[in-house]
Write a protein that binds this ligand. Structure first.
Ligand SMILES: [Mn+2]
Length: 354
């Protein structure tokens, strides 16, 4: 990856690249904690952090000189500028979408080099996963699927959304996830129409939809899946909406492969509802790349220009959300291959009645 970045730098006439997004720091250096920055130059690479993390950085980041910024400046941005000046760099890129106004003010006042704002350079590298990253993502998805299997026993009338969310997180940890899984969207009944509703104290009732959108990290790599189940017997309308949603997901999956346009995946996903009353209730963003960060390149939806390439890992999650009635989302996470995809989420997709 360093080679790739160096060739971008050469092409753009840069002799330095300052990285401040923590996921990009991790990607380039293998560092697994917080509050760190990288300065990549043509001859040497610097890892900039504070004394809380210097020992960890020594252990994790091969090929970097560790710089304690507190010894070099009053803030990380002043320290970075001072380092740039001491190395006599002339033209340094920085991540334009990740610098506060006050940090940039200091950075640009102190640095003598030309500062070149850039976006999505490392994010574009990250969109295409390496075999090691794919293996971590596969593990992360398997952990979430095992947790899903376990949570089904706990969903019954009287249990609150918060309780289900907490147990789901707990099961993911027991099944092997990193220490902080997210089980942020667990909603029930009419609340399932809230695309990103958060768990409440609402108690699950008989005949409710329960929608769970959750995932975890394995070695920093994330899974993201959604399943919607019914407590007790599903009504005819619940069945109708669920089956349409299932069809939407399958139609989308059927066109996913290297070379497919995100927009065409979206078009495929709405085929089943195009001429029905449900079309008005869909959402036109239906998936996203995923890796160390939950929403990455490529993005899937009506307005996306992205094209899928081999070894992208993306979610696919069309949905139907009917205000004041409820919603259904089923979300899978897939590895894009030359001829199609490998579904990393193996949990069942048929309607589960608990
Ligand atoms: Mn998602």
């Amino acid at each position: 990856m360093l080679k790739k970045l160096l060739s971008v730098m050469e092409e753009k006439g840069l002799d330095g690249f300052f990285i401040s997004k923590i996921h990009n720091v991790r990607y380039m250096s293998k560092y697994t904690s917080d509050d760190a920055y990288l300065l990549i130059t043509c001859s040497k690479n610097y890892f900039i952090t504070d004394p809380r993390y210097t020992e960890q950085a020594q252990n994790e980041c091969e090929g970097f000189e560790i710089v304690n910024w507190r010894a070099v400046g009053k803030s990380f941005s002043e320290a970075a500028a001072n380092l740039i000046n001491s190395l006599n760099l002339k033209s340094v890129a920085f991540e334009a979408d990740n610098m506060t106004f006050s940090s940039y003010t200091v950075f640009s006042e102190k640095a003598e080099a030309d500062l070149v704002p850039m976006t999505n350079v490392i994010e574009n590298f990250r969109a295409v996963k390496t075999p090691e990253e794919i293996q971590n993502l596969r593990m992360s998805c398997q952990i979430a699927c095992r947790a899903f299997e376990r949570i089904l026993n706990d969903i019954k009338p009287g249990v609150t959304e918060k309780e289900i969310a907490a147990k789901l997180s707990y099961y993911m940890v027991l099944e092997g996830s990193d220490s902080k899984p997210y089980g942020d969207i667990v909603i029930s009944g009419k609340r399932t129409s809230l695309l990103h509703g958060i768990p409440s104290d609402r108690k699950v009732e008989n005949k409710d939809f329960v929608l769970m959108d959750f995932g975890c990290a394995y070695k920093g790599y994330l899974s993201d899946m959604t399943r919607t189940v019914v407590v007790g017997k599903a009504s005819d309308r619940q069945k109708e909406v669920y089956e349409l949603e299932q069809k939407m997901l399958q139609d989308a999956l059927d066109v996913m492969k290297a070379g497919a346009k995100s927009k065409d995946v979206y078009e495929a996903s709405v085929k089943a509802i195009k001429d029905t009353e449900y079309f008005q209730y869909h959402y036109n963003s239906i998936g996203h790349g995923i890796g160390m960060f939950v929403h990455e390149i490529p993005f899937m939806g009506a307005n996306s220009q992205d094209v899928l390439v081999e070894n992208n890992v993306t979610t696919i999650e069309p949905g139907i959300y009917i205000p004041d009635w409820g919603g259904v989302r089923i979300e899978d996470q897939v590895l894009i291959t030359e001829s199609g995809y490998e579904n990393l989420i193996t949990a069942p997709k048929q309607l589960i009645e608990l």
